[in-house]
Design a protein around this ligand. Sequence first.
Ligand code: SF4
Length: 712
Amino acid sequence: MKETKSTCPYCGVGCGVIIQSEGDQITGVRGDPEHPANFGRLCTKGSTLHLTASAAVTRRARLLQPMLRAQRGDKPVHTDWDTALDLAADRFHAIVQEHGPDAVGFYLSGQLLTEDYYVFNKLAKGLLGTNNVDTNSRLCMSSAVAGYKMTLGADAPPNCYDDVNHADCIFIVGSNTAFAHPVLFRRIEEARAARPQMKIIFCDPRRTDTAELADLYLPVQPGTDVMLFHGLLHIMLWEGWTRPDYIAAHTTGFDALKAVVRECTPERVAQTCGIAKEDLFTAARWFATSPATLSLYCQGLNQSANGTAKSAALINLHLACGQIGKPGAGPFSLTGQPNAMGGREVGGLANLLSAHRDLANPQHRAEVAALWGVPSVPKQPGKTAVEMFQAAADGEIRALWIACTNPAQSMPDQATVRRALQRAEFVVVQEAFATTATCEYADLLLPATTWGEKEGTVTNSERRISRVRAAVPAPGSARHDWSTAVGFARRMQVRLVRHERLFDYSTPEQIWLEHRESTRGRDLDITGLSYAQLEAAPQQWPFPEGATAGRARLYEDGSFPTADGKARFAPVQYVPVAEPRESRYPFSLTTGRLRDQWHGMSRTGTLGRLFGHVPEPAVQLHPQDMERRQLQDGDLVHVTSRRGSIVLPAQASTELGLNQAFIAMHWGPEYLSGVSSTGEPLAGVNALTTSAYCPSSKQPELKHAAVKILKA
Ligand code: SF4
C-alpha cells in the first residue's frame, strides 16, 4: 500500500488527508495528523472520500472519454482528444473572428487548483483578449472580497484558525459552521471546553446546529444584518465601548459612519431585525469589551444583494473596537470551497488580475501584460457569473467553456441559465463527472481528473497553501484541467497567428512558479516558497523571499494596505432584501447546506451512506406555519416564486422563524423537479431563487427569495 499526502477537495477548511492506494486504486483515506488545518481530523465527507473514488463509482459516474454531440438533444458519442480540442479551437476562433473576443466566456470553479485557474485566466485575458472569466466563487465569496477591499484595503482574511484558541468572544454570523466547516467547528468546541468563560454569539435567521454552542442566539430577520451591525455600533458608542485611540491612530472616515449609525437606535434595530433589545446590548457589550473578539462569517452575509455592505458593516465593528490585528480578534470570512482563495490569488474573476491586481488600474494591467509577455490586457471588465449567463441568454455571448462546475443546477434563476445554455452556439463542459445537469447542454464534453489524480496547490480560508497530490493515474483518457486548457490555448495561438511562448508548460509546478513570480512585492508575496517546502508543510501567505515563516495574522502593526496606511470605515446603508415577502409570496425562502452533502452532489451523491442524515429533499417550515396551512410532516407542497415552482414534502422545524422556509441547496434533477413560470422543466431550489445581485460584488442573493407554499 502506498500513502500520499494531499488535501480534501470539499470545503474551505482545507483539511490535510493521507490517501492510501494500491496500484491504480484508492483504497482508503485518513486525516493528516501534521496538517495545521485539521491535525488529523476529518468530517463525514472527508472521511468517505476514498469511497467516492471506487472502481464502481468511476464506472458509473465518471466522464472517461471526450464526447461530442452532433446536435443538441442527441446522445454524445466518443471522440479523441485531438479531434475534440481542434473542434473547440475552430469554433471559438470562428466566433472570436466574427463577433470579437467578448463573444466567448469561461465559467470556472473554486474547486479548480490554482495552476488550473492560472492557465485559464491567462488564456482568456492574455491570449484571447477578453475578461469574460468568472467562477462559481462569485456565488461564494465575492462580497467578502469587496468588503475587505473597501475597508482594509486588500482581499486578505486577517486571521488564522488558531485564533479560535485565543478568542474571548466568537461572533458567528451567517454561517452554519457545524455543517459547512465541521472540522473548524470541532476546534471551536474544544477551545470552548478549554476556556469555558469564552462567549459565543450566534446570529442567523435559522437556529441551526451551530446555535447549540452559543451563549446568545440572535434570530436576525433575513437580510437585515447591516441594520444589526449599525445598531450594535450605535450602542457601543452610546455606552463608551469603542476604542477612540485605535480609531484615531489607524482609521479614517469614522465621523461619516457615526452619522449613519445615529439613526439605528436599539428600538428601530429591534423592530427591523426581530431581536430583543436586551440581547442587542449583551451582544454589543461582549463584542466590544471582550479582550479579543473573532467574527466568523460565510454565505449568510455574502449571498445577498447587499452583501458587500454587510461584510463592511461587520468589519466596521472590529475597527471601532480595535478588535483586529491581535491574537483571537478580527473579521474572518470562511470560504465555502477548497480553492476560492487560490482563484482570487491568480485573478480568476472578471474584475481581477494576477496577484490581487485590479483590472481597472492601468499600471496593474501593464504589469500583468509584461509578466505574461503579451502586448496588453483588455481593460473592459468581463461579465460576472450572473451577467455572463444573462449575456448568453441574450445572444451576446455565443460560446461558453464551463469547467468543474454545474451552473445548470447551482446558479440562481435557473430558467435564465438554461435559456443561456440552450441559446449558446457552442458549449464546452470540462468535467470529472458525467452526471451533472450541465453535461446535458454540452456540445463537447472533456473528461477531467479529480481528487486523488491531480497535482497542484490550493489555498484555504486562513491563507494557507497546501499541496494537492496524485495517488493514482488518471482513469480512462481524463486529463488534468491545466493540461486541457494548455492544449486548447496552443491551438488558439496557431489560429490567431500569435507567436509568443505563452503556454510552454509541461508540469503544474512550472505554472505555479510563474504565478509565484507574479506575486513579488504584492500583499500575497509567496516568492519565498517552493513546491518542495509546501510538500513538507503547508504555509500561509505572505511568505516573501528570505522569510522563514508565513504570517499567521495580518495588521498586527496597525498598518493597512491603503494609500495612507489606515483602514477605512465604510458608511454603508441598510437596504432591505431585493424581493421582500408580501401577501402573494408570504414566505422568506432561504437555502443552505446539509451536513453530509456537497454542492450539486456529483461526488457525495454517489454514496448511499451520505444520505443517512437527510435522505430526501424537504421544505422546512415553522410548526405554526404548518398548522396554519393544515400541513402534516410529509405532505407534498408546491413552493412557488415569481420564477418557478417545485414540489416537495413539507417538514416542521423549530430551527426557523415564522414566515420562513428552508430548502437545502444540493438536490438536483434526480431528486427535485420543477417548472419555470412559463412551464419549462427545471430542477432544484434554484428554480425559485432570484438573480438580483450586490451592486459592488455582483454576488447574487441566493439566501433570500419570496415564495408561496400551497398544498399539492
Ligand atoms: Fe473536508 Fe471540510 Fe470536512 Fe475538512 S471540514 S474534511 S476540508 S469537508
